[in-house]
Write a new protein. Structure first.
Length: 365
């Protein structure tokens, strides 16, 4: 165990979000639904929805397939066309809406809640998750007798996937959430430190872009979650910040690999090889299967990156299961915590985001 690892581990070990895998699930016993729902609709922005979305869409691929007979949809934007299209696809009376806002003051969620209250009349169709019952959303829920569940007050939204914020939607979708936590508990802290150290060293060498490149369609939404985690946690000053870029193999070999190989040499790559498929597919005119082709595409991209002397690290994933997703979530949360410690910054705040919210509200007065 190196001195640097122990030093940074001791600095981050008391960060509240890093205790979540060992929290109990007693809150789950208090969830009592008055009726059976066909659809779960998560209504949240940023960290209030990205983690749950990555969990639910990741465990079941194709991403449109329902879990255990329950359809899961996400209202995570306020584009009017998107909202109208989403609501048109579901039976409002048979939908449970999970309103999620850490502060209870997220103007987008307040607005969506008002719209939903006017359409789905029954308070039994709603649950609010927040850490502030005195907030605007808290008061709206109390007035309508909507159950309020408390999220951890000292955990930022982007780190909340292993709390009630991410685990309740997953549980309602039929995912065994204890397995998610079991996976998180297995994480090798030293391995997370090693990734953070490599990222930090390459950043100091001018690699201020991190490309997250999984060869797994089921990790598409996971990368979106990581992009927020890295961006909001590390991007804190004019001199410190890493830009995260998503690439999904093998699709993005045909759209971004040209840039990666011949473009600016400012990138560090996190590669996730293809997991073992649940079902392989034979190609009638070929002597190889789709999985063998997929593996060859990955090997080819990796070899090309190596030939062009591009720095990368591999994070092997055998398959996409609740346990492995739990392990991945906590592994990358630890990595960001170590990285923040190396930069000497507070990974738990996001002052610029709050500023943009303030400006938006002022324009609506």
């Amino acid at each position: 165990m190196s001195k640097d690892f122990k030093y940074h581990r001791d600095l981050i070990i008391k960060i509240p979000c890093l205790n979540l895998p060992w929290e109990n699930l007693d809150w789950l016993k208090n969830i009592k639904l008055g009726k059976k729902f066909k659809t779960i609709c998560v209504v949240g922005m940023g960290g209030s929805s990205l983690g749950a979305k990555a969990l639910i869409k990741g465990v079941k691929c194709p991403r449109s397939a329902p879990l255990c007979g329950v359809n899961c949809v996400f209202l995570d934007n306020i584009d009017p066309n998107f909202v109208n299209d989403t609501l048109a696809q579901i039976d409002l009376k048979k939908t449970l809406f999970l309103l999620i806002s850490k502060s209870g003051e997220t103007v987008e969620i307040i607005s969506l809640a008002e719209i939903l209250f006017s359409k789905a009349k029954s308070s039994g169709n709603f649950i609010l998750i927040t850490d502030n019952t005195e907030s605007t959303l808290g008061k709206m829920a109390i007035k309508r007798h909507i159950p309020i569940l408390l999220s951890p007050k000292d955990v930022p939204g982007r780190f909340s996937v292993l709390s009630i914020v991410g685990l309740l939607p997953a549980a309602l979708a039929g995912i065994p959430i204890q397995k998610i936590l079991n996976g998180a508990r297995k994480v090798n802290w030293r391995a997370a430190y090693d990734l953070a150290e490599k990222q930090y060293i390459h950043y100091k060498k001018g690699k201020n872009v991190t490309v997250v490149f999984p060869y797994a369609e089921g990790l598409n939404d996971f990368v979106d979650w990581y992009i927020q985690l890295l961006s909001e946690s590390i991007g804190k000053s004019k001199s410190i910040g890493i830009t995260a870029v998503k690439a999904i193999g093998a699709r993005d070999q045909h759209s971004q690999l040209q840039l990666f190989l011949d473009g600016p040499d400012d990138k560090f790559y996190i590669l996730i090889p293809p997991p073992t498929p649940t079902h392989d597919v034979k190609i009638p005119s070929k002597h190889f299967t789709l999985n063998e082709l997929f593996q060859a595409e990955y090997a080819g991209a990796k070899k090309a990156l190596k030939q062009h002397k591009k720095p990368f690290i591999e994070i092997p994933v055998k398959e996409i299961t609740p346990e492995i997703l739990g392990e991945l979530f906590f592994f990358f949360e630890l990595e960001i915590a170590f990285l923040g410690s190396m930069f000497g910054i507070n990974i738990q705040n996001q002052p610029a985001v709050e500023l943009s919210k303030k400006y938006a509200k002022s324009l609506l007065k």
